[in-house]
Write a protein that binds this ligand. Structure first.
Ligand code: ADP
Ligand code: MG
Length: 212
């Protein structure tokens, strides 16, 4: 068994079989370098270019830890745009196919609030959303983040570029202090490092250089 095989990870046979069905036969470099630590529950800062498989690097971590029998929002993924949130939710749904009945809810701007509020009343195991809309829900008390075990900041550089810092800080503070935080970014300049340092505890830092 080589280390780039998903079967080197502590995943269930059903989960591994689903990865195989999805055509995921080998880990990408960022997955190989981050998943062992993610599955151990460590905080992580991962830097790798677009298309390198970052969604599964956090998605497998979320699903590994998730308890389908506990109907609470156990994972929250923050994305910069509605399109990216939809893509992440779709990938999570594919990864979750073997994991039982897992409800994944997307909360982004540009959609009416009322159906989102109705969906939140039914509950969701995983929420994927954009900072502005998540902040709106927190302000109306329609979103409960007090059970979040895994918090993901996806495309953190783009979210901070878009001026979402205050919203992000508010959302992070609505999550339990004891949680796993995973930050993914294509770039990780000093200003983002300073802005996000307080969100993570002793994170493993992984950088995959673009290959030419
Ligand atoms: P990123 O977030 O780094 O831009 P994505 O998570 O969107 O990248 O993944 C890019 C594409 O690669 C997606 O179509 C995804 O389904 C696919 N992918 C991810 N991991 C693997 C893998 N281990 N094997 C094959 N395809 C993969
Ligand atoms: Mg991505």
């Amino acid at each position: 068994m080589t280390t780039d095989s998903f079967s080197s990870l502590p995943l269930t046979p059903a989960f591994l079989a689903n990865l195989d069905l999805l055509g995921y036969h080998k880990m990408t470099t960022i997955q190989e370098q981050s998943l062992p630590a993610v599955l151990e529950g460590r905080d992580l800062i991962a830097q790798a270019k677009t298309g390198s498989g970052k969604t599964a690097a956090f998605g497998i971590g979320i699903l590994h830890k998730l308890n389908p029998a506990w109907f609470a929002t156990q994972a929250l993924v923050l994305c910069p745009t509605r399109e990216l949130a939809d893509q992440v939710a779709n990938e999570l749904r594919r990864l979750a196919r073997s994991a039982g009945n897992i409800k994944i809810l997307t909360l982004t701007g540009g959609s009416p609030m009322r159906p989102q509020i109705a969906s939140l009343e039914h509950g969701a195991h995983i929420v994927v959303g954009t900072p502005g809309r998540l902040r709106d829900h927190l302000g109306r008390n329609t979103l409960d983040l007090s059970k979040v075990q895994t918090l993901v900041l996806d495309e953190a550089d783009r979210m901070t570029d878009m001026g979402f810092y205050d919203e992000i800080a508010g959302i992070v503070s609505a999550c339990p202090a004891r949680r796993q935080t995973l930050l993914f970014s294509a770039t990780y300049p000093d200003d983002i490092r300073r802005a996000t340092a307080s969100f993570l505890v002793n994170p493993l830092e992984v950088t995959v250089q673009a290959q030419h």
